[in-house]
Each structure stands twice: as structure tokens, then as C-alpha cells.
Design a protein around this ligand. Structure first.
Ligand code: ATP
Length: 433
């Protein structure tokens, strides 16, 4: 039952400290979510992997971290003030509001009829400064901060085309109907790249980034079989785009957009150059030509990645005659890479040795946890539920009860439940991958 599956994921995420409803003690706040201790580790792992893959390991990429609130002129130039809107309808009877493209002809709550469809701008506005606060906006996408710094980056680094600028950060949209857990929220995080190319080279760059989106999915552990490319029809594309592919994922609530890849032409640089008066052309040293580069934009949602990973990883099975729930995360994103236990809590020599093993492992792999609470079976279940790939137990053989097994531990695999005896060096090598 897909609905049941979604409920189970939401409930596990809350119970085990991945994601909590925002402002929960005040009754929550629709469209806002808080990440807990394991959620933040998962999210950081995703962001670090992305940054390493797309910024640090490449020669043609660099990063920025721009302010969330920009001069409002930037959002006028980008077209967001005039056009970043969803169609809104209000029920004439119960006054509830819906996105017109997501409901039928009558109110799903009370059966009432709808009034006129109107365009609702999704940018959050805010007042900046004490005296006659100037109206500005919380950015609805991170891209704006990249375009606004295009000239700065070119002047600082003199990069050769093609090159890209990446940014990870919060974005805010006053969604009419936040729903499906963190899939559609009002505050979320994006990982975006603006990849600048010569106008004639956009198609090759588009194809390269299309491959890179799949490469990223593979690196975090989003199964290829659950991802589907959709060529977006011209009438459905954003105002700035000449070609868009949506990468949809089979979420428990249906096939929905995970990431987007868009060819934005020179729309943004041209618009910002016109509105700001700055010269945003690029001087090609070899041909001595000046022109506005065109842009390919891969856009990744951090929260939708978290949700896709939770959905793909959630599993139930029977292990040793007991039913269990576990998250089969790829070790690269698992919040905790391994947990270390002393077999018994009340044997000081075992606890001391286990502490030693724990400290040693933690030096090479910081995301390692200590647990001596309850029996071993319970500890395994707890770690399975948060997706820890390995559990390590220190027992009497580790202490040398059987001399040939001294300084070996048991290493238990999350997915199979199988245990192996391995030497300490081997344990570190296995956990560190
Ligand atoms: P949708 O059609 O689902 O509203 P969109 O096409 O407006 O999404 P984009 O503007 O392409 O989304 O945003 C780029 C990425 O940012 C999306 O692919 C998604 O991963 C993420 N994203 C967009 N809106 C939200 C949101 N409300 N909550 C969480 N993530 C979002």
C-alpha cells in the first residue's frame, strides 16, 4: 500500500530523529520542517557529495554563497516579480484555497464552487531596514545570486568558457498547497549550477549535464530504475527556458519531479545587464569576441533528494524469525557509518576494550556511534532503523579468550544480518569506504 508506506516513512523520520514538523510544540506550521540529528547528517552527506563531485573534483567549476535577500531590482529583472506565480482558486463556500491545476471543478473539502482563477505570486516578501522598510523578497531559487555574481567571478578568476558556478542554499516559495512531507515545502534547499557556454555549444553541455544528473543519483544511491526523464513541452516550460528535462522519481505518492535541467539561453545575463547597467559580456581571449554566454542549469532539490533516498531505502523483512524495518542507505549517505558495542555492559574489561576500538575507528570515520543500551538484538534493530551499514561488537574473543582471535571483532552487515570476524585494520578499511 503506497499510502501506508508514506505514513510509515514520515513516522520513522520523526520517531528516529530525521525530520520533525516545524514549530511542532506550537501545533506545527504548514510547509515548514525541521531536520533532527540523523536528518542533518544525511542532508550534509548529500550536499558534501554533490559539492565534491561538481565543484572540487572538476577544473571548470567554482562556488559562491550569495545573500538570500537581494536588491529587489534583481527579481524584477529575472521576471519573478511579474511572473513567478501559480494559479489560485478559492472555494466560494468554505473559503479554502487550492492550486487551480491540482483540483477539479469543485472544492474537494465541501463540494462548493470555485471563484475566478487568479495568479498568486509565490515569493515571500519582507521589509528591509527600520525607516520606510524597503520591500524585498526571500529568494525563490538560488540561481539569482549566481547570475548577480557572474561579473565578480569572471573578474576574480578569469575562467575560460565553458565554466560553471555552483551554489547550495535555502530557497523560499509561498506554495499554495504544501504537501507530501518535504516534497513541497515553503522553505527548502537547492543545489544549483549555472554552466556558462558559447551559444553554439549549449547542446553538448546539456547532454553532458544530463549524464551528470544520473551520475549523481548513482553516487548517492537513488536507483536508476526509479528515475524517469520527461521532456517538458514548450507551453509548460519556465519563462526563461528553451529546453527543459524534468527528472521524475517514483515517490510513494506518485511520479513527481526530483530535479530539473534547463537551457536558459542568455535570458538572465541579458536581463540583469539591461536592468543593472553592468556590462555582463564575456571577452573571449582567443577570438577577442565579446558576447553574453548562454547557460545550462542543472537544479537539484536537497529535500527531495532526502525524500527519494528515504523512499528508496525504506524496507521491511523477516530476519531470524523477527520482523524488522530498516533503511538500506548507500554507505556514502548513511548518517551513521557504524556502531560499536561491548557485548555486555557490566564487564568493565569489555567496555574498556570496546571504548578503545570505538575511539580508534572514530579517528578515521567520525560518523561512528557508541551504543551499550539494552541487548544486542535491540541495538541491531535500532541501527537498522536509521540505516547504519555496520554494527561492530567487542566480545571476550576480542580480549583474547581464544588467543587466535585476539583483536578481532564481529562485523554485522545491515542488509543480510550476517556476521563476520575481522581484524581491527580490516574493520576500519570496511567501514571507511
Ligand atoms: P514543481 O513543479 O514541483 O513545483 P518546479 O518545477 O517549480 O517544481 P524548479 O523551479 O525547477 O521546481 O526548482 C528546482 C528544484 O527545486 C526542483 O527540481 C525541486 O527539487 C526543488 N523544489 C522546488 N520547489 C520545491 C518545494 N516547494 N519544496 C521542495 N523542493 C522544491
Amino acid at each position: 500500500m503506497p499510502e501506508d508506506r508514506m505514513e510509515k516513512i514520515v513516522s520513522l523520520a520523526k520517531r528516529r530523529g530525521f525530520i520533525y514538523p516545524g514549530s511542532e510544540i506550537y501545533g506545527g506550521f504548514s510547509g515548514f520542517w525541521d531536520y533532527g540529528p540523523y536528518g542533518i547528517e544525511l542532508k550534509n552527506n548529500i550536499k558534501q557529495l554533490w559539492w565534491r563531485m561538481f565543484v572540487q573534483e572538476r577544473e571548470d567549476m567554482c562556488g559562491v554563497d550569495a545573500a538570500i535577500i537581494m536588491n529587489p531590482e534583481a527579481w524584477k529583472a529575472s521576471g519573478h516579480v511579474a511572473g513567478f506565480a501559480d494559479p489560485l482558486v478559492e472555494c466560494t463556500k468554505c473559503k479554502r484555497r487550492f492550486r487551480a491545476d491540482q483540483v477539479g471543478d469543485t472544492c474537494p473539502e465541501c463540494g462548493g464552487s470555485f471563484g475566478e482563477v487568479r495568479q498568486f505570486n509565490m515569493m515571500f516578501s519582507t521589509q528591509v531596514g527600520a525607516a520606510d522598510g524597503a520591500l524585498s523578497y526571500l529568494r525563490p531559487e538560488t540561481a539569482g545570486g549566481i547570475f548577480a555574481n557572474f561579473k565578480n567571478v569572471v573578474d576574480s578568476l578569469h575562467p575560460k568558457l565553458p565554466f560553471g558556478i555552483a551554489q547550495i542554499g535555502k530557497a523560499f516559495r509561498n506554495e499554495i498547497a504544501p504537501r507530501d512531507f518535504v516534497f513541497r515545502s515553503r522553505e527548502f534547499e537547492q543545489m544549483e549550477i549555472e554552466y556558462f557556454v558559447r551559444p553554439g555549444e549549449w547542446e553538448a553541455a546539456f547532454e553532458e549535464w544530463r549524464e551528470q544528473v544520473h551520475a549523481f543519483n548513482e553516487a548517492v544511491g537513488i536507483p536508476r530504475s526509479l528515475v524517469h526523464e520527461i521532456e517538458v513541452a514548450p507551453e509548460d516550460r519556465a519563462h526563461y527556458s528553451k529546453r527543459t528535462i524534468d527528472f521524475e522519481f517514483d515517490f510513494p505518492f506518485g511520479r513527481k519531479e526530483l530535479y530539473g535541467l534547463a537551457y536558459r539561453t542568455d535570458f538572465d545575463l541579458k536581463a540583469h545587464a539591461q536592468a543593472s547597467g553592468a556590462d555582463l559580456t564575456y571577452l573571449d581571449e582567443s577570438s577577442k569576441e565579446r558576447f553574453l554566454p548562454h547557460v545550462i542549469e542543472p537544479s537539484f532539490g536537497v529535500d527531495r533528494t532526502v525524500l527519494a533516498l528515504l523512499s528508496a531505502a525504506y524496507a521491511e523483512d523477516d530476519l531470524g524469525g523477527e520482523s524488522r524495518t530498516y533503511l538500506k542507505f548507500n554507505p556514502a549517505v548513511a548518517p551513521i557509518k557504524a556502531a560499536v558495542f561491548p557485548l555486555l555492559k557490566n564487564k568493565p574489561e569489555l567496555v574498556a576494550k570496546a571504548r578503545e576500538v570505538y575511539a580508534m575507528l572514530k579517528k578515521s570515520v567520525p560518523q561512528v556511534m557508541w551504543d551499550d543500551n539494552g541487548n544486542i538484538g535491540k541495538r541491531y534493530r535500532r541501527q537498522d532503523e536509521i540505516g547504519t551499514p555496520y554494527c561492530i561488537t567487542v566480545d571476550f574473543d576480542t580480549l583474547g579468550e581464544k588467543p587466535e582471535l585476539k583483536d578481532t571483532v564481529t562485523l554485522r552487515d545491515r542488509d543480510t544480518g550476517r556476521q563476520e570476524r575481522v581484524a581491527l585494520a580490516e574493520m576500519i578499511a570496511r567501514v571507511a569506504v
